[in-house]
Design a protein around this ligand. Structure first.
Ligand code: DP6
Length: 326
């Protein structure tokens, strides 16, 4: 039997963020979160398991990857091997159009595609929920890239009940994310370390305590396609998360000067009547959410803001899926 499978997954942008873990090893999050998959960006991963044991091999866009990134992939594959009772090594070949390390949730697509491909290669036949639960062990936000469209991550108390599910399919709402890229440098402090620092901030407790209510309101806003209601929740939660980051010990500053310029511009545009809402992940780039009818105008304006290097855009995307063999 060829122990080989290929899977595709999209990154996601969180409307209510995952920041901080209650259990770091299992990536059990401090709070529930909510996101939309980004259909315009993707990672395609092929996993081939071999009979012989030994170090796994990882290639990203054809380039061999060593060090911590490969170790993280191997540690994740150990979970999959454990579930299947298989010990052979894996060759992982990943092709992606997501720039790494700039707060575009690249680890989400990476581990969602890896979980889907590796579990299919070993014929595990997981349900969507179990696949989401598995992907979470690789990167927390990856569990939200498994189901399609608009997705809620139920925080849960144990490994088995911390998973994401689809609240609405991608066709439900033609909502767009215009990403104003202000830096393509690899960030100095990754999210895994950031999660560790969250609890040192005095703003973390109140953020976590109020997150379930924001997730519930976010779910309602998405189901009603109520952009104004969504905008308020998304911006409040993003600013709060960055306030937690900035008040952690040691503090974490992900913003560049150009980040603030884009945020202020977005507030002005909304006052002028353009439907747009901002959010940011663990990086300096600004995600400008808007309904489809505003996407051209938002992208045009974002491109002209001083300090914006380029603009990416994406509508809603599907879930992680297995691709037919070539
Ligand atoms: C700011 O899922 O990247 O993007 O589990 O350590 O891989 P790890 O963290 P990760 O954290 C995502 C943080 C965020 C917010 C979000 O996507 O919810």
């Amino acid at each position: 039997m060829a122990r080989r499978a290929t899977a595709l997954a999209h990154p996601n942008i969180a409307f209510v963020k995952y920041w901080g873990n209650r259990d770091e090893r299992l990536r059990l999050p401090a709070n529930p979160s909510f996101s939309m998959n980004l259909g315009g960006l993707r990672t395609i991963t092929t996993v081939t398991f071999q009979e012989e044991e030994g170090p796994d091999l990882l290639f990203v866009n054809g380039v061999p990857v060593e060090g911590p990134a490969r170790e993280r992939v191997s540690a994740f594959l150990d979970h999959v091997r454990g579930m299947a009772g298989f010990r052979g090594r894996a060759v992982v070949e990943s092709i992606t159009d997501i720039p790494p390390g700039v707060g575009l949730a690249s680890s989400a697509a990476t581990f969602a595609a890896l979980a889907a491909a590796a579990s299919a290669a070993l014929d595990l036949r997981l349900s969507e929920r179990d696949l989401s639960t598995l992907a979470r062990l690789g990167s927390g936000s990856a569990c939200r890239s498994v189901p399609p469209g608009f997705v809620e991550w139920v925080a849960g108390e144990r490994h088995e009940d911390s998973y994401a599910y689809s609240v609405a399919p991608p066709e439900h709402w033609d909502l767009w994310d215009v990403i104003a890229v202000v830096s393509e440098q690899h960030k100095a402090v990754g999210s895994s370390e950031g999660h560790r620092r969250a609890a040192t901030s005095p703003l973390h407790g109140p953020r976590v305590a109020t997150a379930p209510e924001r997730v519930a309101r976010c779910r309602e806003a998405v189901l009603r396609r109520d952009f104004e209601a969504l905008a308020e929740i998304v911006e409040t939660d993003a600013i709060w998360m960055h306030a937690v980051m900035m008040t952690s010990r040691p503090p974490l500053f992900y913003w560049e000067p150009a980040t603030l310029i884009v945020l202020q511009a977005a507030c002005r545009w909304r006052e002028e009547g353009l439907p747009v809402a901002f959010t940011l992940d663990a990086g300096p780039n600004v995600h400008l959410l808007c309904p489809a009818e505003a996407v051209e105008e938002v992208a045009r304006r974002a491109q002209r803001v001083p300090g914006v290097l380029r603009v990416l855009r994406s509508g809603p995307g599907g879930g992680a899926r297995i691709l037919p063999p070539e």
